[in-house]
Design a protein. Sequence first.
Length: 240
Amino acid sequence: MPSVSLNEVNEVGLMDRVDTKFYFHERFLPNILMPIINEYSVLEINGERLMPYQSFYFDTPSFQMLRWHHNGKLNRYKVRKRKYLLTGETFLEVKFKSNKGKTVKNRRIAEVDTFKDQEFISNTTPFSWNDLKPVMNNQFNRIMLLNHNKKERVSIDLNVGFSNGDEQYSFLDRLVVLEIKSERHLGATELQRSLKYLHIHPTSFSKFVTGVFMHHKDLKFNRFKSRFLNINKVLEKNIL
């Protein structure tokens, strides 16, 4: 695929968007990408197309945000710091899932000035910064695609691993998590048709929920058990 710059990707920011997720075994990836090579460009930074990321997720001591997610509550929040290892940038990010199914993301460059972090969290969530603690770390490698003709970005995450900060990373070997970020009512794209042809359908997947489950098994996860079982089935081995 032709390359695209970070500035060009950022021009299609889609901070107010609809997210559609898929996950599948990595053996399907070449057959998904081959039919769409003329429709998309791939992000390239300093000659690299596979970007390393690291994320640090926060929740309250009682895991309020996880419990909201588990209970199916809409108008819910997710708070993380994300480090882009290739550029060295770190952002403090808040994702808000509305009751209309839209995802709104706010972020700011993370700085040493914790007062600004406190102000940002207070302005974008019902929590204060002092309410939160780090609960899970996540790392992965990402390929980012940009549709030539429609307002659509695609992230393809590989080598997804999780840690609670004290333990070694546990990896979901050979699992690919693909997410389409687009404006509402965009219509079917070549990538969506390619996925459908291989019988890969939209589903729910949360790195936050998966990582917390892997390292905090004392919490309630009844609602997500079928999802974890399906991930194991996709990978054809018992990982979770």
